[in-house]
Design a protein around this ligand. Structure first.
Ligand code: ADP
Length: 295
């Protein structure tokens, strides 16, 4: 099964064009959609989920035409939106059963078994009778996944899910997602590069409504191997270095400032070869050597 997006454009009534002739093919597995704030990620996610209309283009999931048959899409969709709200005074079992009923999954014994299995799978079993208002950020997001998995969806969309989670909760959440991603399409939309490098088999970087790069994270990293260089600097020298080099990132490490520079060859004294990572790919794609691609 594949999700295919072809030539999608979307301009909001205020005049902002959030998606510009965007095309992407997304296979089964974990797909990272990476981009800075305002890139168009949420617009794209809502369009795929058939929660808002696009101006032109087509979206198909397998043989479902998402634009023409939004109801068919919704039957196989699990969606965890960015601003997922919960009823604070309801417990997890009651809420999941209620959402299952809304999704038309009936109220039989089968539904009860499904709800229980999902609470086990998302590690919320021991908290199933607790009011959702008392859940931690990580528990809330895992509950969000439990509700998205109701009805065995073929496509799961999660929008900025790790924002605000502590490292342990984030790990737990990403592990849960990658388990799910073995059999279905999971789109993880995020501006956090590490989320994608840790769990996604494929990814696209989008900016200003366009696809800037699409690849497997490890192949994208290999493509810049030998072209990234690091140097420890005085912060005051940064503007000068930015004029002279393609500075792709500035990082702080133990109170020191380290820059990464993109260059085909050794850029000069004091630079040493840097082991490239997805951050380098991301910043190179967004701001460095590919800048002309914005026009
Ligand atoms: P991201 O999820 O990557 O942060 P969004 O899809 O939210 O990006 O936004 C893309 C662009 O569209 C931004 O410039 C944003 O201000 C604009 N935008 C998003 N939603 C609306 C809306 N409902 N009305 C008008 N402009 C919007």
């Amino acid at each position: 099964m594949e999700l295919t997006l072809k030539n999608i454009t979307k301009t909001y009534p205020g005049g902002v064009t959030a998606l510009k002739n965007l095309s992407l093919t997304i296979p089964t597995g974990m797909f990272g959609l990476l981009g800075p704030n305002g890139a168009g990620k949420s617009t794209l996610m809502r369009s795929i989920a058939s929660l808002q209309e696009i101006d032109t283009g087509s979206i198909t999931l397998g043989d479902i035409d998402v634009i023409r048959e939004p109801d068919s899409l919704r039957r196989v969709l699990g969606y965890l939106p960015q601003d997922f709200g919960l009823y604070p005074n309801v417990d997890a079992v009651t809420m999941l059963s209620h959402i299952a009923a809304l999704k038309g999954l009936g109220s039989s014994g089968g539904q009860k078994t499904m709800v229980e299995a999902l609470l086990q799978r998302t590690n919320l079993w021991q908290h199933r009778k607790k009011k959702l208002g008392g859940y931690s950020g990580g528990m809330r997001q895992r509950f969000g996944i439990a509700q998205a998995l109701l009805g065995k969806p073929k496509l799961i969309i999660v929008d900025e899910p790790t924002a605000g989670l502590d490292p342990e909760e984030r790990n737990r959440f990403l592990n849960l997602l990658s388990e799910i991603g073995e059999n279905v399409i999971v789109i993880l939309s995020t501006h956090i590069v590490d989320d994608v490098s840790e769990v996604c088999g494929r990814m696209a970087i989008i900016d200003q409504g366009r696809v800037m790069a699409e690849n497997e994270p490890r192949k994208a990293i290999e493509a810049i191997r030998g072209k990234t260089w690091r140097m420890e600097i005085d912060r005051a020298d940064l503007p000068q270095l930015q004029r002279e080099h393609v500075v792709i990132s500035t990082r702080l490490a133990g109170g020191r400032t380290i820059i990464h520079v993109y260059n085909e060859e050794h850029p000069g004294p004091r630079f040493e070869a840097a082991e490239p990572d997805l951050q380098d790919v991301y910043f190179t794609t967004l701001g460095g050597t590919l800048q002309e691609a914005y026009e």
